[in-house]
Ligand binder design. Structure first.
Ligand code: TRH
Length: 377
């Protein structure tokens, strides 16, 4: 059944808010035939992920989605059948009033941040009564039964596996980014916030017996990288060699290309929410830098994910991976943690694919949202 959907995205910082909502919007349109309008208050963030989009336009259509700039001075529009506020962003008051006044009922959902914590299952799908007499439902993505699942496009894992099995496609993709892999080089990608732990990791990689090519899309980690390299600047395309470590700065690529970059790599350092999940779908070992929160609650979220992810690993591999993630997020001890992990490299690779397959066997988030709406009707 075709319904109309509105997704509201307020860009707090970085690209995760835009990344998640743009992905969801496209999937609802492409796979579920829904009419989707994405409201975004900072379209420039979206343009980084989808370079065809034009940040100056108040309204445009891309990949089957109507993209609207969410203006500060809200002008009344007819609400859609389903209104999704992403990450508890504040809807315009006038729109909420219009939702309450609409002849046909409106399903109002708050799409929450991804968390592996146990309480998520208990809160997923719960309604909360709003002053306007409307109900708002909490929709929680998650890794376990009873949650809203994870964003995963139809056929994603099959496409990813086919790409990883096709050496020519991988080479061509990397070459288009100006990258050619030397024989025996391990390929690692690095997408991170500023991190004091970087030095220790880079030193371990430089001293390693295995050569590494580290691909770094432009972004917040470049300052730390530049300091370690002791170079005056790091432009896109810059390449530096230190011992066994070759480092190359890449442009920030479109969202679909970033997937392929992750698929190419033997190991991916990712951050936030969306790249974290995409690295899991890549079926390769990963290192997660969680979005830090002032009160430190992000540590609980990190441990909750590790509790799930480490299940099934040998005690030595589990301990090594946990130590590495803790070191990265604490910003110290990366050298020793990375070196310790090398003994478990093969096991971690197999485990990443197993984890991916297990998560991919569950219903995806877009399908779960459509089902939620159907059940609510
Ligand atoms: O950019 P982020 O740090 O976003 C964060 C998180 O979402 C966090 O939970 C939230 O609270 C905060 O923003 C406000 O990391 P994330 O979530 O991985 O989003 C990055 C997006 O950028 C993701 O969709 C992948 C995309 N990307 C590209 O499209 N091309 C690139 O080259 C790179 C490096 C990333």
């Amino acid at each position: 059944m075709q319904a109309s959907w509105e997704i509201f995205c307020s860009v707090v910082d970085n690209y995760g808010d835009a990344g998640v909502t743009w992905r969801l919007a496209r999937q609802l349109a492409a796979e579920h035939g829904q009419r989707v309008r994405l409201w975004i208050d900072d379209p420039a963030a979206l343009v980084r992920l989808c370079p065809e989009a034009d940040a100056s336009l108040p309204q445009q259509w891309r990949e089957g989605v109507e993209i609207r700039r969410w203006p500060a001075d809200w002008q009344p529009v007819e609400p859609a059948d389903v209104v999704v506020e992403a990450f508890a962003c504040q809807l315009p008051e006038a729109h909420v009033a219009a939702m309450a006044a609409r002849r046909q009922r409106v399903l109002w959902l708050n799409l929450e941040y991804l968390s592996a914590e146990d309480w998520v299952g208990g809160c997923h799908g719960l309604p909360s009564l709003q002053p306007e007499g409307l109900e708002k439902f909490f929709f929680f993505p998650g890794f376990a039964e009873g949650t809203g699942g994870l964003l995963r496009e139809r056929g994603l894992i099959e496409r990813r596996r086919a790409f990883q099995a096709d050496a020519a496609a991988r080479t061509a993709f990397l070459q288009a980014l100006g990258v050619s892999l030397r024989p025996g080089e391990r390929l690692v990608s690095l997408f991170a916030y500023e991190n004091a732990g970087l030095d220790g990791w880079l030193e371990a990689l430089a001293a390693d017996a295995t050569p590494t090519l580290l691909l770094v899309p432009e972004g917040r980690i470049l300052g730390d990288l530049q300091r370690w390299l002791e170079v005056p600047a790091l432009a896109i395309g810059a390449e530096e060699q230190r011992g066994a470590l070759r480092i190359r700065v890449l442009p920030f690529v479109r969202q679909d290309a970033y997937d392929r970059l992750l698929w190419c790599c033997d190991f991916n350092a990712v951050r936030g929410e969306d790249s974290f999940l995409r690295a899991q779908w890549a079926g390769r070992p990963l290192l997660w830098q969680i979005y830090p929160q002032a009160d430190g609650v992000h540590w609980d979220k990190l441990e909750a994910f590790l509790d799930r992810y480490l299940e099934g690993l040998s005690p030595s591999a589990a301990a090594a991976l946990q130590a590495l993630w803790q070191a990265w997020n604490a910003g110290e001890g990366m050298g020793a943690a990375w070196t310790a992990l090398q003994d478990d490299w093969l096991e971690l690779g197999k485990h990443a694919e197993r984890w991916c397959a297990r998560q991919a066997a569950r219903p995806d988030l877009a399908a779960a949202l459509v089902q939620f709406y159907t059940d609510w009707l």
